[in-house]
Design a protein around this ligand. Structure first.
Ligand code: URA
Length: 240
């Protein structure tokens, strides 16, 4: 991010302008190795090394997080009826940055949830024209077959819409599957399996475009994306 140092600190380190001023006055901020106390100095956090308390301050001013959404939590940012939402699992400083959820995940599903305040990226990753591939691990009440895989690969009429080709891979005895979807219509996987006479027992999202759920994340935990992950997403959305 390019701009006044106090603004860059506040936006990228998720602190208030007042906290940024306090840190600057206390000599806790360095730019390219030299202590800087002037909040009004212009910096470019990509070209210069800005450190706050020895930690790199960088970013484009947006928040990018991955959350392991547990079963029972809504993939929304707020709920009028007071149900627990993804936002409730984030600390205050991230909530204040108001990230939006990229692509819904049912309340009874779990797995990768991408949250970002970068509205353009959110729009591009979910727009019908350039949907990113999403990969889900599914368990079923009865084994899926190669005929089901062929049916998933062909357009399927779900009443209110016709699906785009989806990929169904059978694991183990067919009761466990991997499903790759381009689009993400309401209850799509459950409805596709229902059409084939199966019931989805569990559904876990593992991948959105180039982003994979960190296997080290426990359900309910989150982490900021690495700069490599952010760049891969921006590239996938033709924004780099
Ligand atoms: N398909 C579903 O049925 N539910 C989801 O949450 C995502 C895909």
């Amino acid at each position: 991010m390019t701009g006044r140092l106090d603004k860059v600190l506040a936006t990228c380190a998720l602190i208030s302008r007042t906290e940024a001023q306090t840190a600057l006055r206390a000599g806790r901020v360095t730019v390219d190795g030299a202590v800087c106390r002037e909040g009004k100095n212009r910096v470019d956090s990509a070209a210069q090394t800005v450190l706050l308390d020895g930690r790199r301050v960088e970013g484009d001013g947006f928040v990018y997080l991955m959350l392991y959404k547990p079963v029972g939590v809504l993939s929304a940012t707020e709920d009028k009826k007071g149900a627990v939402t993804a936002m409730d699992l984030l600390p205050e400083e991230y909530r204040k940055a108001a990230p939006g959820v990229v692509g819904r995940l049912d309340k009874d599903a779990e797995g990768l949830l991408l949250l970002t305040s970068n509205g353009e990226l959110n729009h591009r990753l979910t727009s019908p024209r350039r949907h990113a591939d999403k990969l889900y691990r599914v368990t079923l009440d009865a084994a899926a077959t190669e005929e089901d895989a062929a049916a998933f690969a062909a357009p399927m009429d779900l009443g209110d819409f016709i699906t785009q080709p989806a990929r169904l891979e059978l694991l183990e005895d067919g009761r466990v599957c991997l499903v790759t979807l381009r689009e993400g219509k309401f209850h799509q996987i459950k409805r596709m399996f229902a059409k084939r006479g199966r019931t989805v027992l569990t559904l876990k999202r593992l991948v959105i475009g180039p982003l994979r759920l960190d296997p080290a994340l426990e359900p309910g935990r989150w982490r900021p994306l690495s700069s490599g992950e952010i760049q891969a997403l921006l590239r996938a959305a033709d924004m780099m």
